[in-house]
Design a protein around this ligand. Structure first.
Ligand SMILES: Cc1cc2nc3c(=O)[nH]c(=O)nc-3n(C[C@H](O)[C@H](O)[C@H](O)COP(=O)(O)OP(=O)(O)OC[C@H]3O[C@@H](n4cnc5c(N)ncnc54)[C@H](O)[C@@H]3O)c2cc1C
Length: 382
């Protein structure tokens, strides 16, 4: 179905990012999958080509265009290329971390951090999850106790995307451990701070080129100048920024579904069984038709959410709908596509096999499907 949200400028941007993917990402994916991490040069290459910090004001080194459609295009193109794992660090940096810096930094912090974030020299991460808590964020136990001009941070985080590569880590902490939500704050912990150590780059089922790590903090003395936003408002800041993160993940789900369907369509037209292309069996046709329909329906909703985000109207509930629906669709579509590939669908030389391993986490990270339904359900007064 023809999409109506893009202008000619967006299409030019898509072409140029597609070329970037072909040159800088696709040739390296196999190596990064083996290494368990992308190279830092991916970020600096993206930065120098104008693909980071598109919405950062020009005086701070960004593109000066506050329009999520550009972010959307980046997320869609990495899915199209079958490089969701390699591209996740970029979308996390642009769509998830940057909004915290843009909306919460003081002028001094903006000058200190934004140029490096836009050039790709400063890679970002956001650390909320701890070994003992994920969904129940307000029960976190990492503390940041004020001592003069510093916060003394103790605790640990786990499952942190960009955890090995990151230079700036937006870390959710308890500045008042006697409180739940109201005791939470955000501090930026920087590479090299004494007492900050990285643990393992975790071995995952999929997303192998994405570094996902443990972080440990032992008496890390974080200057008060690294407080992001207001003390005690950490939960409010998270709630404010999570809708964009969730829309980004949901949109990637629909783009990944589109990519999986395209690879599968090509395959079922060529592969024959019982003397005819396997795509012509009625079951295959029905499956393809169902996927086509579901993706078109979901895409229309995602595009509407992107417009709502751009005009400042996207609600937490709508973002939760986009997140759970887009990712559950992606999981269903990829599973069906593997089935249509037969045994080859289980072979990593086919992109659908990698997608099968990569997709599983998407209904869990960024808030599980169950938590998304809780958010939506609660808003309905039940
Ligand atoms: C690859 C990867 C990347 C990640 N990246 C990051 C990152 O960059 N930063 C970060 O902070 N975190 C990150 N995470 C963590 C991720 O966000 C959490 O794993 C997720 O929020 C779920 O938390 P949990 O694992 O503690 O599961 P739990 O909270 O223990 O949940 C387990 C199960 O219980 C269910 N459940 C929990 N509460 C409820 C409830 N109230 N009602 C119904 N069901 C419920 C959940 O839906 C789930 O099915 C990442 C995780 C992975 C695996």
């Amino acid at each position: 179905m023809r999409r109506t949200i893009f202008t000619e400028e967006h299409e030019m941007f898509r072409d140029s990012f597609r070329q970037f993917v072909a040159k800088e990402i696709t040739p390296n994916v196999e190596q990064w999958e083996k290494d368990g991490i992308v190279s830092r040069e991916l970020f600096t290459a993206a930065g120098s080509s104008g693909f980071l910090g598109i919405d950062v004001p020009e005086e701070h080194g960004g593109g000066g265009v506050d329009d999520f459609r550009y972010n959307l295009i980046i997320g869609e193109e990495v899915q199209r290329a079958g490089a969701g794992g390699a591209g996740l660090g970029l979308t996390l940096h642009n769509d998830v971390c940057l909004p915290y810096f843009l909306s919460l930094c003081t002028e001094e912090q903006k000058q200190r951090w934004l140029p490096g974030i836009c050039s790709g020299e400063l890679i970002t991460a956001v650390a909320m999850t701890e070994p003992g808590i994920g969904s129940d964020l307000a029960s976190m136990s990492t503390t940041a106790i004020r001592d003069g001009d510093v916060y003394v941070v103790n605790g640990s985080k786990t499952f942190i995307t960009n955890g090995i590569n990151a230079d700036l880590i937006i870390t959710a902490v308890k500045t008042d451990p006697t409180q739940k939500h109201k005791g939470m704050s955000l501090v930026v912990i920087e590479r090299g701070m004494e007492g900050f150590e990285r643990g393992r780059n975790l071995e995952k089922v999929g997303l192998h080129s994405q570094d996902t790590a443990e972080l440990f903090f032992t008496d890390v003395r974080v200057p008060v100048e690294n407080l992001l936003g207001q003390e005690g408002q950490g939960f409010v800041h998270l709630v404010h920024n999570l809708p964009q993160e969730r829309l980004s993940i949901g949109a990637a789900g629909v783009a990944g579904s589109e990519a999986a369907l395209a690879w599968t369509l090509e395959y079922v037209k060529e592969r024959t069984a019982f003397g005819k292309p396997i795509g012509t069996f009625q079951n295959s046709r029905f499956k393809l038709a169902e996927m086509r329909t579901e993706i078109d329906v979901a895409q229309a909703f995602i595009d509407r959410c992107v417009e709502a985000l751009n005009s400042g109207e996207l609600t937490a509930e709508e973002a939760a709908e986009a997140k759970w629906w887009g990712t559950e669709l992606h999981k269903r579509v990829v599973d069906t596509c593997v089935q249509l590939h037969g045994g080859y669908g289980y072979m990593l030389e086919y992109p659908i096999a990698r997608a099968y391993a990569d997709v599983r986490i998407t209904t869990i990270y960024g808030g599980t499907t169950e938590i998304m339904k809780e958010i939506i359900g609660k808003s309905m007064g039940v």
